[in-house]
Write a protein that binds this ligand. Structure first.
Ligand code: TRP
Length: 74
């Protein structure tokens, strides 16, 4: 049986330009957008993967920190 868990790991996204989107994708059989957060330059979002969110898409220039390392997308 599928046991949803809230992952304790946090990840950090810092917007390096205005209008960065952080898009949450659903967990389970369907992979759909369920939330889109807009960040302006300098804004930081701290988030987790949860029972509802299995993947995150970041659109725009941002610094992303995870337990796997740090990366900048452009
Ligand atoms: N309600 C969402 C959830 O509990 C909030 C959320 C958590 C979220 N992590 C996210 C939204 C990452 C976007 C991206 O899953």
């Amino acid at each position: 049986m599928y046991e949803p868990t809230i992952k304790s790991d946090f990840f950090v996204i810092k917007a390096l330009e205005d209008g960065v989107s952080v898009i949450g994708l659903t967990r389970g059989n369907d992979t759909k957008f369920h939330h889109s957060e807009k960040l302006d330059k300098g804004e930081v979002m701290i988030a987790q993967f949860t029972e509802h969110t299995s993947a995150v898409k970041v659109r725009g220039r941002a610094m992303i920190q995870t337990s796997h390392g740090e990366m900048e997308n452009s």
